[in-house]
Ligand binder design. Structure first.
Ligand code: ADP
Ligand code: XUL
Length: 542
């Protein structure tokens, strides 16, 4: 019997679970989630983000993430009722793109982490910048333009790194720091992603970064999987020596440092490279072939799947990352996910049950009314000026707004993922909102696909535990296939399926045109869609 710990440091919380593996049988034997805002109010975060006057700026606190990790390990050490000595390996996932800036003293401080003092007080002195820009930041448009120009245009950047230069990606964020806070950049000795930062705390030394999370930086050559000298040069001087080593996702990057063994009674388990939450979720929902796509309805909504051929998104909004299997995966990210749904829910004075009822009792297509749910600056399509746009929709009509927010999100998701290739007939759904059947019905109807909610909650953490197991076996010379890794656990619940309703599918084919016209208009690229919407209204009514 062996145990594997998987962690997920997401935008709003840290979740960890322990997987017990005995022969072919796997089960989760321990699980705990720690909400940042509620458990650590002293940091002043809201939904995991430090408040800022500029809606384009979003940062969080690396010390908060460290304190949550320490708290989780303390709970694991004191409350778990399985033999902790059997813990063989640990891995993790973290919100992607966010960066942590460490000074030259950090390497020694990591090596000498003192088990007698809380981690949080030991992390502060390691930082050359107190906060960490995160994936919600949209303040680097100028830096993106400069990098794009230096690399020969958006298509060239995509060809090289898998994505166009994106505001939230780490390269543009580093360039911004270099240009606007030169002293802090000079004082920076190592730049970690959230994933490699937390792995560094676990191992007590600067941990390597996996190819998966590194693909969200605009800095790695996706073909060779090395840092691209050109991209580094286009970003900031002296960057190569500040970046972690790159490794394959299944690499062992160290062992739990004495801090964890002495302070919390954990064994010196192997630490497997951490990755981004989306790549890790791919394993946690059982995406090990290109036939299935996943929809993750968390703080962000993401749609992703393994790619069978080489391609990038010509529109520039989608990304190609390296999946934990080593294959390319396509991903499209929408910032206005759960928090936008919550915004509409709260504006209508509803709970989730009332929200679901409003969805169930309003007609598919919403009578031709459309919402572009860009309450916050949007990633896909890129929109900097926050504010939902409504077409034919009265803001005071609560139930219609409930339907409009979900339909707007899913019509956008379908439109902006078309580049990934032929439509999947099965979608694995995960994330907090995947427990909402009425939302999943809209997903099924818009995507014309069967939607299968994944049985296990916490897919990113489960993916991390499964990756830890896979890497441990590989390290012991007993490699296993990915099908076997996910079998029996990272799978949809048997028989649980939301099927598309034929009449709704027809309506959404029509509404896709309405959505496209509204989006073009809102982006200043198309005419007023009102005449088209009127025609569509009578089309779907008949
Ligand atoms: P993350 O991992 O990105 O922090 P989660 O995947 O845990 O986020 O999802 C959290 C979100 O799930 C909450 O912000 C909430 O809006 C949403 N959620 C929880 N329950 C429901 C429900 N019944 N219907 C719709 N959304 C829900
Ligand atoms: C993906 C992205 C988000 C974060 C937060 O590109 O920015 O999904 O990983 O979960």
């Amino acid at each position: 019997m062996a145990f594997y710990l998987g962690l997920d440091s997401s935008t709003q919380s840290l979740t960890g679970l322990v997987l017990e593996v005995s022969g072919n049988a796997k089960q989760v034997v321990f699980r705990r989630s720690i909400e940042f805002d509620a458990e650590f109010p002293q940091y002043g975060t809201r939904t995991g983000v430090l408040p800022h006057d500029d809606p384009l700026v979003a940062a969080s606190s690396p010390i908060l993430w460290a304190e949550a990790l320490d708290r989780f390990m303390q709970i694991l050490g004191s409350e778990s009722d399985f033999a902790l000595t059997g813990l063989r390996a640990v891995s993790g996932a973290a919100q992607q793109h966010g960066s942590v800036y460490l000074n030259a003293g950090a390497a020694a401080r990591l090596r000498e982490l003192d088990p007698g003092r809380p981690l949080s007080v030991q992390v502060g002195p390691m930082l050359s910048r107190p906060d960490a820009p995160i994936w919600m930041d949209a303040s680097t448009t100028a830096e993106c333009a400069a990098i794009t120009e230096a690399l020969g245009g958006a298509a060239a950047v995509r060809e090289l790194t898998g994505s166009s230069a994106c505001e939230r990606f780490t390269g543009p964020q580093i360039r911004k720091m270099h240009d606007r806070e030169p002293a802090a950049y000079r004082a920076t000795d190592r730049i970690h992603l959230v994933s490699s930062f937390l792995a560094s705390l676990l191992t007590g030394r600067h941990a390597a970064l996996d190819h998966g999370d590194a693909s969200g930086m605009n800095l790695m050559d996706l073909g060779s999987r090395r840092w691209s000298e050109k991209a580094l040069r286009a970003t900031a001087p002296g960057l190569a020596r500040r970046l972690p080593e790159l490794v394959a996702p299944w690499s062992i990057v160290g062992r739990l440092a004495p801090y964890w063994t002495e302070r919390h009674g954990l064994p010196p388990a192997k630490v497997v490279a951490w990755t981004g939450d989306n790549p890790s979720t791919a394993i946690g929902v059982g995406l090990v072939d290109a036939a299935t796509v996943a929809v993750s309805l968390g703080t962000s909504d993401t749609v992703f799947g393994l790619l069978s051929g080489a391609r990038t998104d010509p529109s520039g909004a989608g990304h190609v990352f390296v999946a934990p299997t080593g294959e390319p995966m396509a991903l499209v990210c929408f910032r206005n996910g759960s928090l936008a749904r919550e915004r509409v829910r709260d504006a209508c004075g509803l709970d989730w049950e009332g929200f679901s009822r409003a969805l169930a009792e309003t007609p598919a297509g919403n009578g031709g009314r459309v919402m572009l749910p860009w309450f916050e600056p949007e990633i896909t399509p890129p929109v900097l000026a926050p504010g939902a746009r409504r077409y034919g929709l009265d803001e005071r009509d609560g139930r219609a707004n409930v339907r409009a927010v979900v339909e707007g999100q899913m019509l956008a998701a379908a439109r902006h993922t078309a580049w990934m290739g032929p439509r999947a007939c099965t979608i694995h759904a995960t994330g907090g909102a995947a427990r909402n059947r009425e939302i999943l019905q809209v997903v099924a109807d818009v995507f014309e696909a069967e939607v299968r909610p994944v049985a296990a909650a916490d897919a990113a953490a489960l993916g991390a535990a499964l990756r830890a197991w896979h890497a441990d076996l590989l390290d012991e010379g007993e490699g296993i296939g990915w099908e076997e890794v996910v079998a029996g656990i990272a799978r949809p619940a048997p028989g649980d399926v939301v099927r598309p309703i034929a009449a709704h599918v027809e309506i959404y084919r029509t509404m896709a045109r309405a959505y496209a016209a509204c989006e073009s208009h809102a982006l200043g690229e198309g005419p007023d869609p009102t005449p088209l919407l009127e025609a569509i209204r009578s089309e779907i009514a008949s």
